[in-house]
Design a protein around this ligand. Structure first.
Ligand SMILES: C[S@@+](CC[C@H](N)C(=O)[O-])C[C@H]1O[C@@H](n2cnc3c(N)ncnc32)[C@H](O)[C@@H]1O
Length: 269
């Protein structure tokens, strides 16, 4: 196992929105979408020559992307999670007993330099201090190792999904955490490659409203505003689907880039 040293401190852990998830860890696990197997397989494709790659799911939360790694790439016998929030880690441990999860931030990863084949990040890179996190991820990856960032979004080409987004996220244009792929090109990594995958979440009007209740921007609203937003969300979904089970159409975007095989003293290689 590549984990060593003390768990990372909370240094670099940004503002209250990034720390809002632990209070609803069980709801998060129950109502957030997972990731399609094809997207996970594509992210790890550059590691086809590695029989048992070491893979860290960074900001693993309750383990949604970790579960995808374990399913889509069972050869990866050495998958583990890294997550700063103890309540999210506890939920991870309940859902994925036997898969290690360590307390760490992206800015301080308790793993020795060059030990990992891949670092994956689901719906979380926007919470990181990007320069410090990229330096740290580059340090723990071996040359040629993969960094892959995943984002799940509604498929806004579908009218009722676009309306759902307008109701649940009226300030989307001004929200910098809303970029599904916030990872920019970086000199320690090769050029980014992107791929989008159609995905869906089997749910109901009440279930998708519960998903919206786990969004950090919803969690931080004053009680009355949050109740009003959730009531409007459920009324809209109920108007479209009634009480029936339906598929929420999603797009999963993945950006992957490979650790440059350069000699960089700061990266420890
Ligand atoms: C939206 S959740 C994503 C969880 C999981 N990756 C998923 O796809 O469901 C964001 C996660 O990022 C974690 N997080 C926030 N700031 C972080 C940081 N600086 N380093 C590592 N994780 C962080 C939060 O605790 C939370 O669990």
């Amino acid at each position: 196992m590549a984990i060593e040293g003390e768990p990372g401190s909370a240094a670099g852990y940004q503002g209250p929105r990034s720390r809002s998830f632990g209070s609803i860890a069980a709801e998060y696990a129950a109502h957030r979408p997972d990731y399609p197997a094809a997207a996970v397989a594509w992210a790890l494709e550059p590691l086809a020559d590695r029989s048992h790659p070491d893979v860290l799911d960074l900001a693993a939360g309750t383990g949604k992307l970790t579960a995808g790694l374990l399913t889509a790439a069972p050869r990866t016998g050495r998958v583990f999670g890294g997550e700063p929030d103890p309540a999210m880690r506890a939920e991870f441990a309940r859902r994925l007993p036997g898969t290690p999860v360590v307390g760490c931030t992206a800015e301080r990863i308790p793993v020795r330099s060059g030990a990992l084949d891949a670092v994956v990040v689901g719906q979380a890179f926007h919470w990181f201090d990007p320069d410090r996190a990229l330096g740290e991820i580059a340090r723990v990856l071996r040359p040629g190792g993969v960094l892959a960032v995943f984002g799940n979004d509604g498929d806004f080409a579908v009218d009722w999904v676009a309306e759902h987004e307008r109701i649940t996220h009226p300030d989307a244009a001004a929200d910098s955490t809303d970029d599904p792929l916030p990872l920019a090109a970086h000199p320690l990594f090769g050029p980014p490659a992107d791929r989008a995958f159609a995905h869906r979440q089997r749910t109901t009007a009440a279930g998708l409203t519960a998903t919206v209740a786990t969004h950090s921007r919803t969690l931080l609203l004053p009680d009355a505003e949050r109740a009003s937003l959730l009531a409007r969300t459920e009324a809209h979904l109920h108007g479209v689907h009634g009480p029936a089970v339906f598929d929420f159409p999603l797009v999963t975007r993945v950006r992957r880039m490979r650790r440059q095989p350069v000699s960089d003293p700061a990266a420890g290689n």
